[in-house]
Structure formats: C-alpha cells, structure tokens
Ligand binder design. Structure first.
Ligand code: ADP
Ligand code: MG
Length: 394
C-alpha cells in the first residue's frame, strides 16, 4: 500500500514538523567517516526547509547503554547538515525537556533543530507513550514525517509512537523511494524476475526465501548459505559454513522450489579462513578434507550473470563469497557488475551487500541501493513495518 508523502501536505509555511531521520552514521574519533545516510535524507529536509516549515529532526546514533554518551552525540551530524543544507541548523542538548521547548519556540520558518540522540532515553526503544507525547509536545509538532526506513522495522517512540500525538503522519522522499523499489522486489510486478541471495546464513533469510520463491522466475543462491543447501542435497561440504539445524528446512525449500532455485556448480575452496590461505577452484561436489568454500567459481558466475543481465527485475541480497578478502571477492564483484549491466530494474538490499556494491564503486549504476539493512529484509519477508504502518495510506 502506497503512503502519503510530504508532497501531500498543503501549505507547510510555519508548520512545525517532527522529522525522524536515520543519521546512524559511522564515526571515528568524532568524525563522520561515511555520510551516505545524511545525504540520503537531504531531499526531504531541503523540501521542508524551502516550504518554510519549522523542523525538529530526531535520530538515534549507535547503541548507548545507559543514558547520554558524549561519543554518540549527534553534534557532528548537525555540523555536517549545516554545511549541506545551509540556512539555520541548531543543535539541541537533548530530545525532550524545557530547553528543547525553548529552542523550538525560537524556530523561524525554514529553521532546523537537530534533537540529541533519542536513544539517550530508554523510553525510546520501549515506545513509552508518555515519552512519545513529550517528543511531540516539546517540539510543538503537528506533523510527523518519517524518513528513517532503516529503523522502520522497530516500533520505537520516535519511529511509531509520535504518530499517535500529531495531526498528520506521512513519508519523506527517502522512505517513499525505499517503499517503491523494495515494494517491487517484494511484489514482483515485472518478469523475468531474478533474485540473488547469498551472505552468511540461511537462518537470517528464511522469511525472504519463502516469500520470494513463489514470485521469482529464478532464485540464485550463493555465499555461505549455499552450503546448507548443498548439504541438504547430500554433498560433502568440508568445513564450509553449514547450519546443521537448518539442513532439513533447506531440503524442504529445495523440494518446494524445484528448478527455480539454483545452487553453485563450482566454488573457490581454501585450506583456512585467511586471505593468503592455499586455495583451489573445484566443482561443488569436490572439496578436500577440512577445507572450506569461500566464493562461487567461474562457471557459476557466468551462469548466474547470464540470468541476471536480461532480467526485467533483479533483487540482490547477500555477498556471494567472503568479499572482504580479495581472493574470495570475485563472485560478489561479478554479481555487482551483472546488476549494473542489467537493462531491467536493479535493487540491492542488506548491510554487507550494499557495502560491497559501494566499495566496488558500482552503487550509482544500480537503480536502488537500500539504506535499510534489517528493515529491507523484514519488508521482503512480507512483514508490515510499524514505522510504515503508522503513516497515512495514499
Ligand atoms: P547482508 O548484510 O548483505 O544481508 P549477510 O550479513 O547475510 O549479508 O552476509 C554477509 C557476510 O557473509 C559477509 O561478511 C561475508 O564474508 C559472508 N560470507 C559470504 N560467503 C561466505 C562463505 N562462503 N563462507 C563464510 N562466510 C561467507
Ligand atoms: Mg550483514
């Protein structure tokens, strides 16, 4: 179900808006090392600023354990936003309380107030209704704009709770884009639709596999999770990553899927989990004792790429091998290239897959690179995300 967006809000001039963004950026010694998430939400902030709204912007950052932690302050984010947005960007000392209220009162049209890390209060993750009410009251907001897709699978005070205390709740542009593209990956409007799934474990992706199987024309499996399936087919897998307690489930999935579900034909095996380990490329039914499979092999790469390139719709989650080590990055690199070359709509989701595509410099050749790791997987598994459910339907 499509959601209303900031575009559906008439006459924003002077309107006080509570924006939930995802500013959960990586920090090193107080410096932001990757500002992708900040930039991703700029279209929404820019639109609201230009429309003359008065913004209070909330986010979490990291996992504070008990109360405020200076190292997890959003101050560096506010400084970065000041550069990117121009105009007036102020930093609040907290996300609720009299000082926030005072700063909110002082906002003029087009001004931005960045609230301090909402997870400095344990009530945030508890979705405490009184805390949600305070977030809205102290920022004087009448409208909730959720642009934090990456946190939308959590029902927290700033992602869901606040919606019960405002007049209107709508999606920001990033949220809208995530829902549009991941909605395609979930509902399969175009065919042939090919899904490529890899990564470490089957257990992380069971819902996604079960949800996608009936929708896709082909499901190409690689990465560590292929070994649980290969074991289910009766192959010897050496020291490869196998989830013993999921072999039976893998057998059932293979049966249900039939020829749609494809497994690697060859792999790169290594004597140890090390960059400089001795390695060989072999058919999947061959692996020396005590060796482990760490990447898909060239025959698999070309077979998978041949299915990806002509597809009308491709969704990829999970690296094809241990791409963090160069000798085992070839399969992941080749899949990223195949998606980049595909003429159809290409979508990548999942924390490590997105990191791989970005590191390979191919992110701008892919139609949609999701900012939501866990959220995108829950969404594709068919779950309704609380931070989305609470927004007005279009
Ligand atoms: P995503 O975050 O994109 O959903 P996952 O977290 O499921 O992906 O998996 C990513 C991890 O899987 C990477 O760290 C990668 O090294 C690992 N991986 C991929 N293939 C293998 C393999 N054959 N053996 C062990 N680990 C693997
Ligand atoms: Mg991951």
């Amino acid at each position: 179900m499509a959601k209303r967006t900031v575009k559906d809000l008439p006459d924003l001039k002077g309107t006080r808006v509570f924006v939930r963004a995802d500013f959960n950026v990586p920090l090193e010694d107080g410096r932001i090392t990757d500002d992708t998430r900040i930039r991703a939400t700029l279209p929404t902030l820019d639109y609201l600023v230009k429309a003359g709204a008065r913004l209070a912007v909330a986010s979490h950052l990291g996992r504070p354990k008990k109360g405020p932690e200076p190292a997890l302050s959003l101050k560096p984010v506010a400084a970065q936003l000041q550069d990117l947005l121009g105009g007036s960007v102020a930093m609040a000392p907290d996300c609720v309380g009299p000082e926030v209220r005072k700063m909110a009162e002082d906002l003029r049209d087009g001004d931005v107030l960045i609230l301090e890390n909402v997870r400095f209060h344990k009530e945030e993750e508890e979705n405490d209704p009184r805390f949600a009410a305070r977030l809205v009251a102290d920022t004087m907001a009448t409208v909730f704009v959720n642009d934090a897709f990456g946190t939308a699978h959590r029902a927290h005070a700033s992602t869901e709770g606040v919606s019960h205390h405002v007049q209107r709740s709508v999606a920001g542009f990033l949220m809208e884009k995530e829902l549009r593209y991941l909605g395609m990956a979930r509902d399969a409007p175009d065919h042939p639709y090919v899904a490529v799934l890899g990564g470490a474990k089957v257990s992380d992706k069971i819902e996604v596999i079960e949800h996608l199987l009936p929708k896709v024309d082909a499901l190409l499996v690689g990465g560590g999770m292929a070994y649980t399936f290969l074991r289910a087919e009766g192959l010897v897998t050496g020291k490869s990553l196998v989830e013993e307690d999921k072999v039976e489930l893998a057998r059932r999935l293979l049966e249900k899927a039939g020829p749609k579900l494809r497994l690697p034909m060859d792999h790169v095996v290594a004597a140890a989990f090390k960059e400089d380990a001795e390695r060989r490329t072999l058919p999947v039914d061959q692996i020396p004792n005590d060796w482990m499979g760490l990447d898909i092999g060239p025959t698999t790469i070309s077979a998978y790429a041949d299915q990806v390139r002509p597809a009308k719709l491709v969704f990829w989650n999970g690296p094809m091998g241990v791409f963090e080590m160069k000798p085992f990055a070839e399969g992941t690199l080749a899949m990223a290239r195949a998606l980049a070359e595909s003429g159809g709509t290409s979508i990548v989701g999942g924390g490590d897959s997105v990191a791989a595509v970005t590191r390979m410099g191919l992110a701008d050749k892919i139609d949609h690179v999701s900012t939501g790791g866990g959220a995108s997987l829950e969404f594709l598994g068919g779950a309704e995300l609380p931070g989305v459910a609470c927004l007005e339907d279009a």
